[in-house]
Design a protein around this ligand. Sequence first.
Ligand SMILES: O=C(O)c1ccc[n+]([C@@H]2O[C@H](COP(=O)([O-])O)[C@@H](O)[C@H]2O)c1
Ligand SMILES: Cc1cc2nc[nH]c2cc1C
Length: 362
Amino acid sequence: MQKEVFSDLLKQAQHKLDRKTKPVGSLGKLETLAAQLAAIQGSLEPNIDKKRMLIFAASHGIAAEGVSAYPPEVTGQMVLNFLNGGAAINVLSRHGKMNLHVIDVGVDVDLSDSAKEASNFFSRRVTNGTKSFLREPAMTAEECEAALKAGYEQVQLAHEQQVRLLGIGEMGIGNTTAAAALFSALLNIHPEEIVGPGTGLNEAGVRHKALVIQKALDLHREKSGADPVAWLQHVGGLEIAAMTGVILEAYRLQMPVVVDGFIATSAAMVALQIEPAAKQICFFGHRSNEKAHRLVLEKLDANPVLDLEMRLGEGTGAALAMHLLDAAAKIMCEMATFDTAGVSDSEQDANKQARSASEKND
Ligand SMILES: O=C(O)c1ccc[n+]([C@@H]2O[C@H](COP(=O)([O-])O)[C@@H](O)[C@H]2O)c1
Ligand SMILES: Cc1cc2nc[nH]c2cc1C
């Protein structure tokens, strides 16, 4: 949406909020969230009744370089856990009354036929995981494009099905290394400042991870330059590309998206470097405990909804933030105004008194 149109909608929404029975601004961030939802939907009665969480899963060649505390097989095992309903995101999605789509964009394992038959599973495997970007590009340009398309497709489907709010999360052992490489390359920050323990590396492991990223950036710098899509292809991940696709397509279709933690934020950063105005439709669900998430959120000028010291991924932070978005939408739609409730608006009264006093003096 044009910048001026969006900021005009924000103003109209804030005006409506200012007429509600509360001191101006007293609902704090909840008001900011409500106004953003209203502006995205172009309605002063935002509706996010139907919500969906999208979990993109993929394997990472870089996981073979000793950059994660867990073995690569966990990626496929967790996909099965998602399909059996036992993971944290299953619990939080049920609790938040949203449905959950699990999209395999590149998991390096043969999933059973019964798993693939689950109605919320989407087999969109581009390739069996990325290559190790310490040695070669993570993806070909075609693979990267196909993964972006898997993201577009989910947004189109959600749009057709009248889903009003999307969350994006991921599963992929090794993907904090891919995300950190992207942040380092595209925000121009030294890998040592960006790397963290991920699933739980010790100090030596974190130092090794930074070194791996430094070497990889040196290898891919010449080909990638300052091009976000080229970096995505060279050091990113299939699920990161798919989440980038979600944000770009959701911007085109004006659908709000709640971004999860460190890895989902790297996808948001790539999308925003491609299309800065896509920030209009992004909510940053939480600040993850992965060390540099604070720094990158600041660099993106993104104000996260929550900080619960979580660092799980899978969309868990986004799912929890959706409760507050629900609350924000309800404030916008259901709360009485000073006029309808017959409550005196002290600021207005004070202004009126000031005006009549100055008129008397004239
Ligand atoms: O979302 C986060 O902030 C986050 C922070 C650390 C780890 N994770 C999850 O852990 C996995 C990646 O960690 P790692 O150590 O294997 O790179 C991946 O499946 C993510 O969902 C997620
Ligand atoms: C068990 C486990 C669950 C996860 N969920 C998201 N990333 C994960 C990483 C591990 C290791």
